[in-house]
Design a protein around this ligand. Structure first.
Ligand SMILES: *Cc1c(COP(=O)(O)O)cnc(C)c1O
Length: 251
C-alpha cells in the first residue's frame, strides 16, 4: 500500500472514531512520526501531502529537517536532554515533552533575554506519566498543578506558548485497557482549564494516541495523535542507528 492509501485509511479511522464520540474530525491533527524512516522516505510522505512530522531524537531529526525544508511543521516528541534544547528551539515548531522543572528552566533561558533563535512561537505541551511507568518521562497527575505554577512563573517570552498536555499509554494487549489513561489526561485538562499558564488565543490540546491505540484516544478527546508504525509499509528504507523508543533511550 502506498503512503497515500495508508494516510487515507488513518484519516477514515479517525473520522469514524470522531463520529462515535460526536466530534468534528477537523479537530484531530495527525503527527506522522518519521523516526523509523530515512530522509528520502520522509520526503515521499511530504510529497503525499503530510505536513506535521514528529521525531524523538535531535541527531536523527536533523537530516530530515534539512531534506524537507520549509513548509512542514516539526514536533519534538521524545525525552529532551537540556543540552539539546538550543537545537529544538531553533528547528522545531512544537515540543510535546516538557516533563520536568530543569527542562522548563532551560526553555525559559533559551527563549528569553531577546536572544530567541526564532520568530515563531514554540508550542509546548506538558508530558504526564499517567500510568507512572518508571521507563517513561513526565510529571505525575498529582504534581500537575504545582508544575503549571512553576512553568507560569518562568514563562516570560511571548514566543513560548504552553498549549496543552501529552501522554504515552503503556503497552497493552488491547487499546481498551489503556482507555483510562486517555480519560485521565482529559480530566486533567478540564480540571486545570483556567490556569493562567495557557496561551489565551487557542484551545487546549491533548496529544495522546499512537499506532496501537489512537482510535480510543480520539474517542477520549485527543486533538493530536502521533503515528509511526501504522503509516509504514514495511518496504521503506528504515533508520537503523540508535534507539527508536523512549524506553530504549533510557536504558
Ligand atoms: C515512536 C513514538 C510514537 C509513534 O509510535 P507508533 O507506535 O510507531 O505509532 C509516538 N509518540 C512517541 C513519543 C514516540 O516516541
Amino acid at each position: 500500500m502506498a503512503i497515500e492509501d495508508r494516510w487515507r485509511e488513518v484519516r477514515s479511522r479517525i473520522a469514524r472514531a470522531c463520529a462515535r464520540a460526536g466530534r468534528d474530525p477537523d479537530t484531530v491533527k495527525v503527527v506522522a512520526v518519521t523516526k523509523y524512516i530515512d530522509p528520502a522516505a520522509a520526503g515521499a510522505w511530504a510529497a503525499a501531502g503530510l505536513r506535521d512530522f514528529g521525531e524523538n531524537r535531535w541527531t536523527a531529526a536533523r537530516s530530515k529537517i534539512e531534506a524537507l525544508g520549509p513548509g512542514v511543521t516539526w514536533h519534538f516528541i521524545g525525552h529532551l536532554q537540556t543540552n539539546k534544547v538550543k537545537y529544538i528551539v531553533r528547528f522545531f515548531h512544537w515540543l510535546h515533552s516538557l516533563d520536568r522543572p530543569a527542562l522548563a528552566e532551560e526553555l525559559a533561558r533559551r527563549l528569553g533575554d531577546g536572544e530567541e533563535a526564532r520568530s515563531a512561537p514554540l508550542y509546548t505541551l506538558i508530558q504526564v506519566n499517567v500510568a507512572e511507568e518508571p521507563s517513561k518521562g513526565g510529571i505525575s497527575v498529582a504534581e500537575a498543578g504545582d508544575f503549571l505554577d512553576y512553568v507560569h512563573a518562568l514563562r516570560r517570552s511571548p514566543l513560548w506558548k504552553v498549549v496543552g498536555w501529552m501522554t504515552m499509554a503503556p503497552r497493552a494487549e488491547s487499546a481498551e485497557e489503556v482507555r483510562w489513561v486517555f480519560r485521565t489526561l482529559r480530566e486533567l485538562r478540564d480540571r486545570w482549564r483556567d490556569h493562567p499558564v495557557w496561551a489565551a488565543d487557542r484551545p487546549l490540546e491533548l496529544s495522546m494516541g499512537m499506532s496501537d491505540d489512537y482510535e480510543v484516544a480520539v474517542e477520549e478527546g485527543a486533538t493530536i495523535v502521533r503515528l509511526g508504525r501504522v503509516l509504514l509499509d514495511g518496504g521503506e528504507a528504515r533508520v537503523r542507528d540508535g534507539p527508536q523508543t523512549e524506553r530504549e533511550e533510557r536504558v
